[in-house]
Design a protein around this ligand. Structure first.
Ligand code: S3P
Length: 426
């Protein structure tokens, strides 16, 4: 297994460009495939996770050509998919398996979906339940809670599903299945999760309406191929935002970052801690707001985070923990129990791996407490197979007293294949 050593730094002046958004890339590959005509996707994230989704669509008969980060998808329309001749393997991707299961539930053929060891441990009952409510036939392992998932294509009924979790994967799974249902499909979530599915489906011609936390999709839309330009991923940018803030002498510009209000919780949280982050050249790219972010070294102070803000920054909480360790005073994160069912149990892995580098994190059932400002001693830690833990540890290495060695770094390719190149520009 590969490892990498990161040397400490003091200062940086850099203009960075970040890879495309993972969530938006998955959706573009799926929606382009089931639309009529050609969809061109620019700045597609060519990470393992998103390429596995492309592969899944190819296995179901869709012609997708890729040149670098540009996809050309010849859509087959809502009813043009065909049975895959093998098990669909999503690799490490929760978004992949949950959205694709929604897609295949209403087909006229059967599908088996699985993924790596991490995927096979993550909860799938959260999608099996609503899909069954729509009339789907799905069986999983572990009492129908885990992948592999065996899906028998069925005719689906529109439904109103009230999700107990604020999850864009659950919401998207239900809405995608709803495209194939015989009536309107509605989902209500406890707090607003990322809305890329809603925005992009409307762009492709589907009818999606929102009333507060409730969203409804009309069945059997006529979807037409289009051009999608994927903004930079704020979840990837977050590592370099925090690097810019905690290096003693830094000014970093990160260009073309998606700042969708359902995703920008990390900016709000860091600003509440005293971060100097400015949004420049704010504009709209397709259905998504985008900006350049200017980040300057900042004296951070601890703060308390919980409630609706957590879902708007759920993937950024590992790197927020590192920022908290470099802030004076105490930071508390609560209401983040969803971290326990990510690629790893992130409350556990944030605590154990930052401890290896000399940073104390006090875990709680739904979050953690960190009191700073702490010294990052340096040393060796593991990603535990989790890309966001690997990248958090690498950024910790920039502000450590001695070099940091991170092992099991291959997982970074699931979301941010150019991470090391961008880090070297810092
Ligand atoms: C995602 C939704 C979130 C997020 C994941 C990507 C998506 O997961 O953590 O990285 O693309 O819909 P949940 O839906 O489980 O909250």
């Amino acid at each position: 297994m590969a490892s990498r050593q990161i040397q400490p730094k003091r200062s940086s002046r850099a203009i960075l460009s970040i890879a495309g958004d993972k969530s938006i890339s998955h959706r573009a590959a799926i929606f382009g495939s089931i639309s009529e005509g050609v969809t061109t996707v620019e700045n597609f994230l060519t990470s393992d996770d998103c390429l596995n989704t492309v592969n899944a669509m190819r296995m179901m008969g869709v012609a997708i050509e890729r040149e670098g980060a540009t996809l050309s998808i010849t859509g087959v329309g809502l009813d043009g998919l065909r049975v895959a001749d093998d098990v669909i393997d999503v690799g490490n991707s929760g978004t992949g398996i949950r959205l694709l299961t929604g897609l295949v539930a209403g087909q006229k053929f059967n599908t088996v979906l699985t993924g790596d060891a991490s995927i096979r441990r993550r909860p799938m009952d959260r999608i099996i339940q609503p899909l069954r409510q729509m009339g789907a036939t799905i069986h999983g392992e572990g009492g129908d809670r885990l992948a592999p998932l065996r899906v028998t294509g069925s005719s689906l009924n529109g439904t109103h599903y009230r999700s107990p979790v604020a999850s864009a994967q659950v919401k998207s799974c239900v809405l995608i299945a709803g495209l194939y249902a015989n009536g309107e499909t509605t989902e209500t979530e406890p707090s607003l999760s990322r809305d890329h599915t809603e925005r992009m489906l409307m762009g492709f011609g589907a009818t999606v309406t929102r009333d507060g936390l409730t969203v409804t999709v009309a069945p059997r839309p006529s979807m037409r191929g289009m051009r999608v330009t994927v903004p930079g991923d704020i979840s990837s940018a977050a590592f370099f935002i925090v690097a810019g803030l905690i290096l003693p002498d830094a000014e970093i510009v990160i260009e073309n970052v998606g700042v969708n209000p359902t995703r920008d919780g990390i900016i709000e949280a860091l600003k509440a801690m005293g971060a100097d982050i400015t949004l420049e050249r704010e504009r709209v790219m397709g259905a998504e707001p985008v900006a350049d972010l200017r980040v300057k070294s900042s004296e951070l102070s601890g703060a308390e985070f919980g409630g609706d803000l957590i879902v708007r920054m759920i993937d950024e909480i590992p790197i927020l923990a590192l920022a908290a360790s470099q802030a004076s005073g105490t930071t508390v994160v609560r209401d983040a129990e969803e971290l326990r069912v990510k690629e790893t149990d992130r409350i556990a892995t944030i605590s154990s791996e930052l401890a290896q580098l000399g940073v104390q994190v006090v875990p709680s059932p739904d979050g953690f407490t960190i009191t700073g400002k702490q010294k990052v001693r340096g040393g060796a830690c593991s990603s535990r197979g989790d890309h966001r833990i690997a990248m958090t540890a690498a950024v910790a290495g920039l502000v450590a007293e001695t070099p940091v060695t991170v092992s099991e770094i291959e997982c970074i390719y699931t979301s941010f294949p150019t991470f090391w190149e961008v880090l070297s520009q810092i």
